[in-house]
Design a protein around this ligand. Structure first.
Ligand code: SF4
Ligand code: SF4
Ligand code: FES
Length: 248
C-alpha cells in the first residue's frame, strides 16, 4: 500500500451550481475509511497540485452504519462512507454525491423526498390519543422475525438511488417507503392505518410505478427483502381496490 491515497471528488459549490472534479492525495493510515479521508482533506484542504481549496462537505453521524447519513457513491457504488474501508477500495477512490437527490453542496444531498414519502405512507404507529390505548396485541415470533428485517431500514436512500423508476420526472414513493408500508401494515398496532396506506400506494407515484427491476434489493446494505414487500403489497392494493369498488 502506498503512503498516500489518491481521491477524486465530484464537487459542487452549492445547489444548482456546475459540478467539477478535484483530486487529492491524502496520507495513508492503517484502518482508514472514506470518512477519515474527508476529515484529512478538511484538516488540510489542499488539492493534489498543492493548491489551497475549500474543505469538502459531507454528512455523517453514527459512524457505524446505522444512521445512513454518510451515504454517497464510492467507485460507482452507492453505499455508506463510514463502513467503506480504504484497504478494500480500488484507487483512485472516486467520490460522488447520491444521484437521485438534489445536491446541497459537494457530497451533501437533500433527501427530503424520501422522508416526505415516509410521511405519505404514514410509516409509524399512531400512539397519541385522548385515552390509554392499552398494550398492543402480541406478535407471534415468526412474524416478529419477518418484520425485524424491515425495521432495520436506516433511510439511507441506497435503494432509491439504484431504482430506475425513481426519477425527477415522477413522484414515485420508492422502495424504502414501500418496505416501511409493509412493516407497519403487518404490525398489529399499525394495522389501524392499513387502508390509508394502501390507498396512498394506489395514488400517483404509488406502487404501480415499480417496474420490478430488483436493483433496490441488491444494493440495500441491510439486506432488507424489499421485493418481498413489493409483491405482498401489490396483492394487498389489488384487494383494497376491489374492496373500494364494491363496498364504498
Ligand atoms: S423493484 Fe426495481 S423498480 Fe421496483 S422499487 Fe425496486 S429497483 Fe425500483
Ligand atoms: S430499504 Fe435498505 S437501502 Fe433502502 S433506505 Fe432502507 S436501508 Fe437503505
Ligand atoms: S455515519 Fe451513520 S451510517 Fe455512516
Amino acid at each position: 500500500m502506498s503512503s498516500t491515497v489518491e481521491v477524486h471528488v465530484k464537487r459542487q459549490d452549492g445547489a444548482g451550481k456546475e459540478p467539477y472534479w478535484q483530486k487529492f492525495h491524502v496520507p495513508y493510515q492503517y484502518g482508514m475509511n472514506v470518512i477519515t479521508i474527508l476529515q484529512e482533506i478538511q484538516r488540510n484542504p489542499t488539492d493534489a497540485d498543492g493548491r489551497k481549496t475549500t474543505p469538502v462537505s459531507w454528512d455523517c453521524s453514527c459512524l457505524e452504519e446505522v444512521c445512513g447519513a454518510c451515504t454517497m457513491v464510492i467507485n460507482g457504488h452507492v453505499r455508506q462512507s463510514c463502513s467503506a474501508l480504504v484497504d478494500k477500495l480500488e484507487q483512485p477512490i472516486i467520490l460522488e454525491p447520491m444521484r437521485k437527490f438534489p445536491v446541497v453542496r459537494d457530497l451533501v444531498v437533500d433527501r427530503a423526498r424520501m422522508f416526505e414519502a415516509m410521511k405519505r405512507v404514514k410509516a409509524w404507529v399512531t400512539v397519541d390519543g385522548t385515552y390509554n390505548l392499552g398494550p398492543a396485541e402480541k406478535q407471534p415470533p415468526k412474524q416478529q422475525q419477518e418484520l425485524y428485517e424491515f425495521s432495520r431500514c436506516m433511510t439511507c436512500g441506497c435503494c432509491v438511488d439504484a431504482c430506475p423508476q425513481y426519477t425527477s420526472e415522477n413522484t414515485f414513493v420508492g422502495p424504502a417507503a414501500i418496505g416501511q408500508t409493509f412493516l407497519f401494515n403487518r404490525n398489529k398496532a399499525g394495522k389501524f392505518e392499513e387502508e390509508d396506506r394502501l390507498n396512498t400506494l394506489m395514488e400517483e407515484g404509488g406502487i404501480h410505478e415499480c417496474g420490478n427491476a430488483q436493483n433496490c434489493v441488491r444494493v440495500c446494505p441491510k439486506d432488507i427483502p424489499l421485493t418481498r414487500s413489493i409483491a405482498a403489497l401489490n396483492k394487498d392494493t389489488l384487494k383494497q381496490a376491489l374492496k373500494n369498488m364494491f363496498l364504498k
